[in-house]
Design a protein around this ligand. Structure first.
Ligand code: ATP
Ligand code: MG
Length: 790
């Protein structure tokens, strides 16, 4: 790493000479040319070597060269054609280009072939054309300016700021109107829908080229009726036909499928000439898809294969629109449940508003809506099923059970997917209208009431039967072996051995109940039921305010990550005098480790701020105290206490005596805060890159000894390079981290450092994924850091 730093220093000098790079306080840099801010020297080096910087540098050089050999010409008659000017100046030498001022026709920029020609032109004391005297002067030198493209996604989100949303909703007449308005405010605009359709068509065309007979089929919220502006674009690439075409093409005796006369999987340039889809593994096919996306679909970037997901996918981003999406190849059941959700919407008009409101409420409470999947929160699909289940359970029911839907189906609607019965009517015309007449206002209140004390752990929610199944009875059934039961059990309506909320942990399940309880209580108030005449917020608006920050911090997001510091360094001798100093030194080292990990290992911007972790931190610009996420890191090990043992004969002390000594010596209240930004998805795909690195340039003899810090820093840089076709001008995530020394919990041998992460407003859900990664990653890295400082 030291070597790389030196090399970077050289790069910096070169660019600094050009005045492109500005040093920022605390080790950061800003590239003025590209409008990019980076956290540290290695990231700056990467940026300066990267495509964007190189492209803009080249563009600047070209423009400056053009400028140097161009003249500014005026005084000619209005309407003079460029060709006439060109002919005139050709008398002095070759003319490369003439650009007319189109609007007014009063000046032109004439680019000459070389500076020598320019000299000749300027040496001529008088120019005239068509009897008009021309004014000819050297072209003004302008600073090269790059205008970053406007972020459409960001503009969209701005329209739906929490304040605007509240304002809009408060103007409605009653809660039912508020709920219906939610749909209109969040659903796709016409242009967004068109854009998605166009993208799907584009994908289809490209994939057909490479995988003859394939079909690209959208599913999920883009098409299931629960669309929210900016939601991801889920695509399923159906390769069934391609496979059978390939198989039949291989077996000359078997007559070829008439539907594919032009199929040629043997030809030299067919991507299928090298692979056999029947035997190729899923990761291999996905790699192929990733290559096609990267190389052949215009406007697609940030392509990444994610194999760790339950259904492996290739993720991508559409540059112009900022739209994120993924392609999977093994997900026919999702097409089926997408159709099921559509049917439920068609069955009753209350379904959509109710789901939109519950989804937004859950997102604001950080209970659901993780856009990247994973983590302990409910995903939007699971949450939607929960609302549908609630509607099946009303009396009379608003929606039929899945079993009842099957009974209503025709013979030609019998469908089995991956061995699961997915039979339900194709359209809602065969469904009887519901006898339930509850309004939306009451249904929403009842939803919260239903789940405020629900025994999520003790039963399995079944949409097939429209009732909770007791766990024991389920254990006897044939699917029980595979169904992964946990604190929240929501059985997929089709893939019965799949608990769609198996990822939800106990804390989230309990918090879900508690948030339902708070919401149910609020729904009993007049503030919920009646429009305020005094201009106060009312109705569903209050539900979208994030919960009590204290409750969130202490109940929902506190995670203990033990930090094993057994290999930690001995404290400096002079600090052994006082335990307080010792702990303070430890605290500072841990802070250094945290900052090092964020900045140097993960490439985040990370600037220490003077503020503490208390009220002041909360009031800073982008913080959202209500969605605080905490990590408590316990300093458990002998590394903290061994020197004390030896000095004070601590080994003989009772646990309570140990604790009181620890308490007395803690620098409790000491805190450090950083303002941070994450610029790239460095938490995705690390394993793959690690594997690549191990297989290539890392010296195998040093890999282990180098510790993970160096390797992980390299992984982050590679990931950034792979992702960063265009270096982002805006960070993906902004957050503060506050490290605070806290008292040891009873029975713990040492002090704690609590790290509190506070994502920027509206970023809590997106931050979840990064945070879950940090939970495992950060303590390991901090530990490595401490060991490396021994
Ligand atoms: P959004 O993207 O707005 O969060 P979504 O419904 O598209 O909502 P995704 O997480 O993108 O949610 O999932 C896309 C689709 O994949 C879902 O609509 C559903 O059809 C299917 N799906 C997602 N998670 C599961 C799951 N745990 N089990 C079965 N199918 C799932
Ligand atoms: Mg989706």
């Amino acid at each position: 790493m030291a070597g790389e730093g030196e090399e970077g220093g050289g790069l910096l000098e070169g660019s600094a000479l050009l005045g492109d790079v500005e040093s920022l306080p605390r080790g950061g840099f800003r590239c003025r040319l590209c409008h990019v801010t980076v956290a540290n020297q290695p990231s700056l080096d990467d940026h300066l070597r990267g495509k964007k910087h190189q492209r803009l540098e080249n563009l600047r050089t070209v423009r400056q060269t053009q400028e140097r050999r161009s003249v500014f010409v005026s005084g000619f008659r209005k309407g003079t054609p460029a060709s006439e000017l060109s002919s005139y100046f050709q008398a002095f030498g070759e003319v490369a280009n003439v650009v007319m001022d189109k609007d007014k026709g009063v000046y032109a920029i004439v680019e000459l072939q070389s500076e020598a020609v320019l000299e000749k032109v300027l040496a001529e004391p008088q120019h005239s054309l068509g009897g008009q005297r021309l004014r000819v002067k050297p072209r003004e030198k302008k600073d090269f300016k790059y205008n970053p493209p406007r972020k459409q996604g960001a503009a969209k989100r701005e329209q739906l700021s929490p304040e605007k949303l509240a304002q809009n909703l408060c103007q409605a007449d009653d809660v039912d109107a508020q709920m219906s308005l939610m749909v209109r405010l969040f659903e796709f605009s016409e242009s967004e829908r068109r854009l998605r359709d166009l993208l799907v068509t584009l994908f289809q065309e490209v994939f057909l080229e490479f995988f003859p007979g394939s079909a690209i089929l959208p599913f999920g919220s883009s098409v299931n009726g629960f669309d929210v502006s900016g939601c991801d674009l889920d695509l399923f690439l159906d390769l069934e036909k391609t496979k059978s075409f390939q198989a039949s093409a291989k077996a000359p005796n078997i007559p070829q499928d008439g539907a594919s006369p032009e199929l040629d999987t043997h030809s030299e340039d067919s991507i299928l000439s090298d692979i056999d889809l029947a035997t190729t593994t899923v990761p291999e096919v996905l790699e192929l898809i990733a290559t096609v996306l990267k190389k052949c679909v215009p406007g697609v970037h940030r392509v990444q294969t994610v194999l760790s997901a339950r259904r492996p996918v290739v993720k991508f981003c559409h540059k112009e629109s900022g739209l994120r999406g993924d392609v999977s190849i093994n997900n026919k059941l999702a097409l089926c449940n997408t159709r099921f959700l559509q049917l439920c919407i068609e069955a009753d008009e209350r379904v959509r508003p109710l789901v939109y409101v519950v989804r937004h409420w859950a997102k604001q409470q950080a209970l659901a809506g993780n856009p990247f999947g994973g983590g302990p929160l409910l995903n939007n699909y699971a949450l939607t099923l929960l609302v549908l289940f609630f509607l099946q359970m009303r009396n009379p029911p608003v929606l039929p059970t899945v079993n009842h839907l099957k009974e209503l189906s025709n013979a030609d609607e019998q469908t089995t997917v991956d061995g699961w019965d997915c039979t339900f009517p194709k359209d809602s015309s065969r469904l009887d209208p519901s006898g339930n007449k509850e309004n939306l206002c009451s249904l929403l209140a009842e939803f919260f009431r239903e789940f405020e004390d629900y025994d999520f752990a003790g039963c399995v929610i079944s949409l097939r039967e429209g009732r909770p199944l007791p766990r024991p009875s389920l254990l006897a059934s044939e699917v029980s072996n595979k169904l992964k039961l946990g604190p929240f059990n929501l059985q997929d309506p089709f893939e019965l051995s799949h608990n769609v909320s198996a990822n939800v942990n106990e804390k989230t399940a309990l918090r879900f109940q508690r948030c339902c309880r708070d919401a149910a209580k609020y729904c009993r108030s007049l503030q919920y039921q009646r429009k305020s005449t005094k201009g106060k917020i009312w109705g569903i608006v209050r539900l979208f305010q994030p919960g009590n920050p204290e409750a969130v911090a202490t109940d929902g997001f506190v995670l203990n990550l033990p930090l094993k510091l057994s290999a930690g360094p001995p404290p400096p001798c002079e600090l052994l005098n006082r335990a307080g100093d010792l702990h303070q030194a430890w605290f500072q080292k841990i802070c250094a480790g945290v900052a090092f990990t964020l900045r140097d290992v993960l490439g985040c911007s990370c600037f220490e701020t003077p503020q503490g972790c208390g009220e002041e931190a909360v009031s800073s610009g982008f913080q959202q105290p209500e969605e605080q996420i905490e990590v408590k890191m316990k300093l458990l090990s002998a590394g903290t206490k061994r020197p004390l043992d030896s000095e004070e004969g601590e080994g003989a002390l009772s646990p309570s005596a140990k604790k009181s000594r620890t308490d007395a010596s803690l620098p409790v209240g000491e805190s450090t805060t950083w303002d941070c930004s994450a610029w790239q998805h460095v938490w995705l795909g690390r394993r793959r890159v690690r594997r690549q690195l191990r297989g290539t340039d890392l010296d195998p003899t040093t890999t282990e000894n180098a510790g993970s810090l160096e390797l992980e820093a390299k992984v982050s840089r590679l990931l950034s390079q792979q992702e960063g076709e265009a270096t982002p001008t805006e960070p993906l995530l902004r957050f503060t981290v506050c490290a605070q020394a806290t008292e040891a919990a009873s029975g713990e041998p040492g002090p704690r450092v609590r790290l509190r992460f506070t994502p920027a407003l509206e970023q809590a859900a997106a931050f979840q994924e990064f945070f879950h990664f940090l939970q495992g990653f950060l303590p390991r890295m901090v530990e490595q850091y401490l060991v490396s400082k021994t």
